[in-house]
Design a protein around this ligand. Structure first.
Ligand code: ASP
Length: 323
């Protein structure tokens, strides 16, 4: 029997086309809402288009809108799964936000495309079909928000965009996909061991993301302190170390009771308090920095936004980031 699938279009390359000058942009009409017969043969579709934005235009406001829309349909009780089409640039952030906050009980799949609708080798419709099949699968239940592109099923927690233009851009470094989509079916070969959700009413905190580098000093950190900021994520070096010249800024944040979350600018592995030199992980831990458990910078920022919507106690924030 065909499943009831909520299909939410939000924009991105998957909803764009290329013009004669070679510019890829949104047109008058979303190509995904035309010619949907093929899709209707896969599922009973309930189509929503709350906004049509390139994903660099997406903010926490749109992410929250999607969460509420999914939960509204969940309460109505007749939806078996949801697919969200989204620009790929910030897809992982929206997917992870929903993974952390959305209380809907059906599977949620986020997808996109690297080639727009009228380009040769366009992957949009293909990814959409795969995603509808995954969202319709009973095995997709309870796996958290999933990201499906290029025949692979990834968790929102681990997936990241790794290539600017290649269609196999979405990868889960260190962990790999948890399933594949084939012509015959949808096959899950791994199950995530953990999934956390937090109740969230409003997301209104300001959290910035900064990347560490050789010779980084405290000037940007100090400039941020003079603005209204509720938290900061630093993509630190290696296992979680910073140049000594950045420590003055970090210390100022902590003195002001503003959380400083450390992730690594290395794309695999986790940060730990290993090094005992000035600015090394041990020193940062003593200063009161929070170590994150393997998230990348953009996702740690989303998590800190969600965490700060629940508490501003350092010990509770620290515990959330140990998960
Ligand atoms: N720049 C586009 C966006 O994120 C890229 C894409 O969708 O693939 O909206």
């Amino acid at each position: 029997m065909k499943k009831n699938i909520l299909l939410i279009h939000t924009g991105g390359t998957i909803s764009m086309s290329e013009d004669t000058s070679g510019a890829v942009k949104p047109g008058e009409k979303n190509p995904l809402t035309q010619g949907t017969e093929l899709l209707s043969s896969l599922a009973n579709l309930h189509v929503e288009e709350p906004f049509n934005l390139p994903s660099p235009h997406i903010t926490q406001k749109e992410m929250m809108k999607l969460k509420l829309l999914l939960e509204e349909y969940d309460q109505q009780g007749n939806i078996d799964g949801a697919v969200i089409t989204h620009g790929t640039d910030t897809l992982e952030e929206t997917a992870y936000f929903l993974d952390l906050t959305c209380q809907a009980s059906f599977p949620v799949v986020v997808t996109g495309a690297m080639r727009s609708s009228n380009e040769i080798g366009s992957d949009g419709l293909y990814n959409l079909i795969s995603s509808i099949r995954v969202a319709s699968s009973e095995d997709a239940r309870g796996q958290g928000v999933l990201v499906v592109l290029n025949d692979e099923i990834h968790t929102a927690l681990n997936v990241t965009k790794t290539h600017t233009s290649n269609i196999s851009t979405f990868q889960s470094p260190q962990y790999g996909p948890i399933g594949i989509v084939t012509k015959r079916g949808v096959l899950f070969h791994h199950t995530p061991t953990k999934h956390e959700t937090y109740p969230v009413q409003v997301i209104d905190k300001k959290v910035h993301l900064l990347k560490a580098h050789a010779g980084m000093d405290s000037s940007l950190l100090k400039a941020m302190l003079s603005m209204e900021v509720d938290g900061i994520v630093i993509e630190a070096l290696g296992q979680g170390n910073l140049p000594p010249s950045a420590l003055e800024g970090v210390t100022e944040f902590i003195k002001n009771n503003i959380p400083v979350v450390i992730v690594s600018r290395s794309y695999a592995g986790i940060v730990q308090d290993i090094y005992g030199y000035e600015g090394g992980g041990k020193h940062l831990k003593e200063l009161g920095v929070i170590f994150s458990n393997g998230l990348n910078g953009q996702k740690a920022r989303i998590k800190l936004l969600v965490a700060l919507a629940n508490t501003n106690r350092m010990d509770e924030l620290e515990e959330m980031f140990m998960f």
